[in-house]
Write a protein that binds this ligand. Structure first.
Ligand code: B12
Ligand code: SF4
Length: 497
């Protein structure tokens, strides 16, 4: 059977990281690897928007797409296009947001919604489809049926990820040279585990994994790593270091196999404090930056987020990483009652700690499916999924929104300039990286979008009533392009070619 896997583009209103990085769709490469007896192709619509052409050329029997929240509408448009091209195509959606809020995909253009870790369910769906059987005995799926969703019994959580074949990175061969993560390119990503056992109330990852930690064994990870050609590898886990013994073993295997790469990894601060020697060892084999959610510079704020950590712990983690010569990418939550003094407090904190090389200021975002969303559901300013990008303010704030975005912009530029200085990005080696012009344009685009971000909240969601084609730009994206948008768009598209 012919299977087309599509990574939908994020929405036009979405800002933030999507302008500063393009990374391989590892979820789809994993799904693709699960059906080796079929003819599988991948369309990454972040880089190639010609879905109609791909359908025409490939004539697929099945179209599968992944969905993060900001891709909700574009994923639905992918399925609409597929069904209009050929109503016999089986359409299947999976991924984070589809798992947390399957109701958003209750759409006659979608045949099956896979909930959670998707490999076994997708294999079974493909097999049942080949045999012309229905999916009622496939565990862990939701099936749109005349306006309602029929849920099959839940699939038990896997106890490890070892049942998955290693991702098929050849599917993205045509795109790989264009992937980048901030200032790094070429870049590959790897999943060594899924999930996290902590209860942070804003985090959708722990909801996706139902607070389980599900690991791939070090032997398979090292095998996956040895197949990766790129020198720079992004760990796509929620919390890679939660099981220190596994990471010790992985470290030893990397040394044994003589693999030399550079890594960006995620870890909680308390885990760094509990395992300083482990981080020293990983620093020696190539960890360059640890991404960690410090979230706040006051204990009371950490309590509000149910982070179960402390400012003192954050401090000790920073010291340990500093000693190891590892940079920190620190995430901070911008709470709805923030004033300029709060931004200033975070800025002072970062300024005084030279190994914080990158800072992420994330407006508190109640992602649907999280406890925080439950808490805020009556107060949300919009349901428009494209602005649930961890960069817009979707809850009422103490300061007027335009003022908050002004502050966000002001401190964003400080973050950018500090990163250039602390990572010494002005060194000639960066000038020769071919993605740098795109990164610079992306950086400017984010700042321009922040100027107008408060208007985005006035945009009504295009579903549940899909706008007619002519209305799409009015209903979905009412903002008129400014000259700077058009100019950036033009330069970006020529850089893409
Ligand atoms: C790497 C990463 C990125 C990369 C892009 C990766 C990519 N091309 O997919 C970059 C850095 C660019 C990025 C950007 C953003 N990201 Co991001 N990202 C991640 C991260 C850390 C790992 C994703 C990954 O590769 N996982 C490993 C793969 C194997 O897992 P998977 O994709 O979930 O796939 C499995 C299942 O979901 C399922 N599945 C997935 N697709 C499909 C399709 C079918 C047909 C089927 C059957 C099954 C299936 O099966 C797969 C195997 O089990 C996740 C957090 C996490 N730990 O997952 C956040 C995460 C996905 N990102 C998130 C967000 C919010 C964003 C941004 C909006 C952030 C921003 N501030 O700008 C942007 C938007 C990007 C966009 N789409 O435009 C959220 C999404 C929340 C949600 N509820 O949807 C997450 C969960 C992090 C979080 N904080 O909660 N991101
Ligand atoms: S520690 Fe990180 S991954 Fe785990 S629940 Fe908290 S924010 Fe989510």
């Amino acid at each position: 059977m012919k299977i087309l896997l599509v990574y939908p583009p994020s929405g036009e209103l979405t800002m933030g990281l999507k302008h500063l990085s393009k990374v391989e769709p590892l979820g789809l490469e994993t799904i693709g690897a699960a059906v080796p007896d079929h003819d599988v192709r991948l369309l990454d619509m972040e880089l190639d928007t010609d879905l109609a052409g791909a359908l025409e050329r490939f004539q697929p029997d099945i179209v599968g797409a992944s969905s993060q929240i900001v891709q909700t509408y574009s994923a639905r448009r992918v399925f609409k296009t597929a069904k209009e091209f050929n109503p016999k195509i089986l359409t299947v959606v999976g991924g984070h947001h589809a798992s947390l809020v399957p109701e958003d995909f209750n759409d006659p253009m979608i045949d099956a919604i896979v909930l959670g870790e998707g490999v076994p369910a997708f294999q079974e769906i493909v097999e049942r489809h080949r045999q012309r059987r229905d999916f009622s005995d496939v565990l862990g799926v939701a099936l749109p049926n005349q306006g309602r969703l029929d849920f099959t019994p839940p699939r038990p959580m896997p106890t490890s990820l070892d049942h998955q074949a290693l991702p098929n990175r050849t599917l993205s061969a045509d795109y790989r040279s264009r992937y980048f993560y901030l200032f790094e390119s070429p870049v590959a990503s790897i999943q060594t585990s899924m999930g996290c056992t902590f209860p942070c109330n804003f985090c959708s990852c722990q909801k996706f994994s139902k607070r389980h930690f599900i690991a791939r064994s070090p032997e398979l990870i090292v095998e996956d790593l040895s197949r990766i050609k790129e020198k720079f590898v992004l760990f796509c886990d929620d919390h890679s270091f939660i099981d220190p013994r596994r990471m010790e073993r992985l470290h030893d295997l990397i040394v044994e196999r003589g693999i030399r790469k550079h890594y960006f990894v995620y870890s909680r601060a308390d885990c760094i404090v509990q395992n300083p020697r482990l981080f020293e060892k990983w620093a020696r084999i190539g960890v360059e930056v640890v991404m960690t959610g410090l979230e706040a510079v006051e204990d009371s704020e950490l309590g509000t987020l149910n982070k179960r950590s402390s400012v003192e712990t954050n401090e000790r983690a920073l010291e340990i990483l500093h000693r190891c010569g590892v940079g920190v990418s620190a995430g901070f939550v911008v709470l709805p009652d923030f004033t300029e003094q709060d931004f200033e407090r975070i800025d002072r904190y970062v300024k005084a700690r030279p190994n914080i090389v990158l800072t992420e200021l994330t407006p508190l975002t109640p992602l649907p499916g999280t406890d925080l969303h439950h808490e805020y559901r009556e107060k949300l300013l919009t349901d428009h999924r494209e602005v649930y990008d961890l960069a817009h303010f979707v809850v009422p704030t103490a300061l007027p929104q335009p003022e908050l975005y002004r502050l966000l912009r002001k401190y964003y530029w400080r973050v950018v300039l500090r990163a250039i200085k602390r990572l010494r990005l002005y060194r000639p080696q960066y000038a020769f990286k071919k993605h740098i012009p795109r990164l610079i344009l992306g950086t400017i685009r984010v700042a321009l979008m922040m100027r107008r971000a408060s208007n985005s909240l006035q945009t009504p969601p295009p579903y549940p009533h899909p706008p007619a084609k002519k209305q799409a730009s009015a209903a979905g994206h009412p903002r008129r392009s400014t000259e700077s948008d058009i100019l950036l768009e033009g330069i970006e598209s020529s850089l893409r070619e």
